[in-house]
Design a protein. Structure first.
Lengths: 242, 201
């Protein structure tokens, strides 16, 4: 599906067509929920990404990511991809990894080989770059583009657009409560499903199954256990007994 | 939050319905952020605790919430992990004389000691330090324009968490059904953080 540039004014107009013209919701509120929809979509899918360059400093293990990145997805060192690890794996695999640099010698590589996330906004590399002056190329999820002026725009396909507007309408309906709010829950589920289509890992999470009500259906339709066939006693000559 | 609860939107300056106060709303948002940081271990801060030889217990940073990783950085420059443990395990291990014998620490505990205190077992005999990765308390939010500590993408989860607390309040404003929904939306943010750490598809 082709992506179109959609402005805040266009998004708001499409949203406002979905609720009663009597102003129970103001323009400002519509703008807020549209931006919330964009943020949650980016949170669940990592839709918007960017690349940043970080210069290495001598013997430094930990590097802070710029605030424009939410999370790191992939890292290169001097244009060579690094293998992703974790603090736990590094602790278990190489006890003294924090002290090792590219100049340590022995079994320590002479180039940076691995990276590990340290929370969202920091990474660790192994081994540390002894000389410094190298370049870490970090690909990650960037901050969501927030629309403030009517002419601000985002690139969205029609599928994403429908899901986002449905989410926005659902959030607007929260203040109504009761059956009116309950009636918009399918819009939220459609939004979550659209996020799951973008991020397959979301679909395998327990939270997704609960949010979509999949676990509930399993409880309502218990699996019927078919008992195994009982062995039959037979009289001499092979004739089954009655 | 005000718009969701049918209050006049004045950027949190007042809650004219009288069902909640300004401070309750601010406290709910702060509590949501603290809890979120603890549930997700989202933002990790490195620090060095300078230890004193022959001393078992050392002060943790005053903004400490939880420990993510602890390493012993010995005086000779080498590192090794301090495993999270407790007194019972240490008493029944090969270092069961840890209260009186010095050595290179291999275990740590925060559970049997006063608050904001970490205990290493055994106590060190040299001028090594504890290199700590921990979750720090977030900046206290208020109505005076303080930014959230977590990235903006997680702020909706905090909003829903705070709304859930307000809607659970016993009184005229209680709405358990919507409070349960808000809790579900809060766990959405927690699940998203966990998926991020597990890696994208």
């Amino acid at each position: 599906m082709a992506y179109n540039q959609v402005t805040l004014a266009q998004l708001r107009a499409q949203l406002q067509r979905r609720y009663d013209a009597v102003p129970f919701w103001g323009t400002g509120e519509a703008n807020v929920v549209i931006n919330e929809a964009l943020r949650v979509y980016n949170l669940l899918t990592g839709f918007w990404k960017r690349r940043v360059l970080i210069a290495t400093t001598a013997n430094t293990v930990f590097y802070a990511l710029p605030s424009t990145l939410i999370f790191n997805v992939r890292t290169e060192f001097n244009q060579v991809a690094l293998e992703q690890s974790s603090i736990s794996d590094l602790n278990n695999g190489r006890v003294n990894w924090r002290a090792e640099t590219t100049a340590s010698g022995g079994t320590v590589p002479t180039s940076v080989k691995m990276w590990a996330p340290v929370g969202l906004m920091r990474i660790a590399i192994w081994p540390a770059h002894a000389a410094g002056g190298g370049t870490l190329i970090v690909d990650g999820v960037r901050q969501t583009p927030i629309l403030t002026a009517d002419a601000d725009f985002v690139d969205l396909g029609q599928v994403e657009l429908d899901a986002l507007l449905g989410y926005a309408l659902h959030v607007l309906a929260f203040k109504l409560g009761g059956t009116l709010f309950q009636a918009t829950l399918p819009l939220y589920q459609a939004f979550i499903e659209a996020c799951g289509d973008q991020n397959i890992r979301l679909k395998s999470s327990t939270w997704y199954r609960r949010a979509m009500g999949i676990d509930l259906q399993r409880k309502q339709h218990p699996v019927r256990v078919i008992p195994p066939p009982q062995p039959q006693l037979q009289a001499a000559g092979g004739v089954p007994s009655r | 939050m005000q718009e969701h609860l049918l209050e006049t939107n004045d950027l949190g300056a007042s809650w004219p319905s009288g069902l909640w106060t300004v401070q309750e709303a601010i406290d709910a948002i702060n509590d949501a952020q603290y809890r979120f940081l603890l549930d997700t271990l989202l933002l990790i801060t490195p620090t060095t605790l300078v230890t004193v030889p022959n001393i078992l217990r050392h002060a943790l940073p005053t903004d400490w919430i939880a420990t993510y990783d602890a390493q012993w950085h010995a005086a000779d420059g080498t590192y090794h992990e301090l495993a999270k443990s407790d007194g019972f395990e240490a008493d029944n291990s090969s270092i069961n004389d840890w209260p009186i014998e010095l050595g290179s620490p291999i275990l740590y505990t925060e559970g049997e000691v006063p608050t904001l205190t970490i205990q290493v077992m055994p106590a060190s005999l040299d001028a090594g330090v504890i290199e700590l990765l921990y979750v720090a308390l977030s900046t206290t939010l208020s109505n005076s324009g303080v930014n959230f500590t977590v990235p903006d993408e997680f702020v909706p989860a905090l909003k829903w968490g705070a709304l859930g607390m307000l809607l659970e309040k016993v009184g005229r404003g209680q709405d358990q059904e919507r409070a349960a929904y808000c809790k579900m939306r809060y766990t959405e943010g927690v699940a998203a953080a966990q998926i991020m750490f597990d890696g994208w598809a």
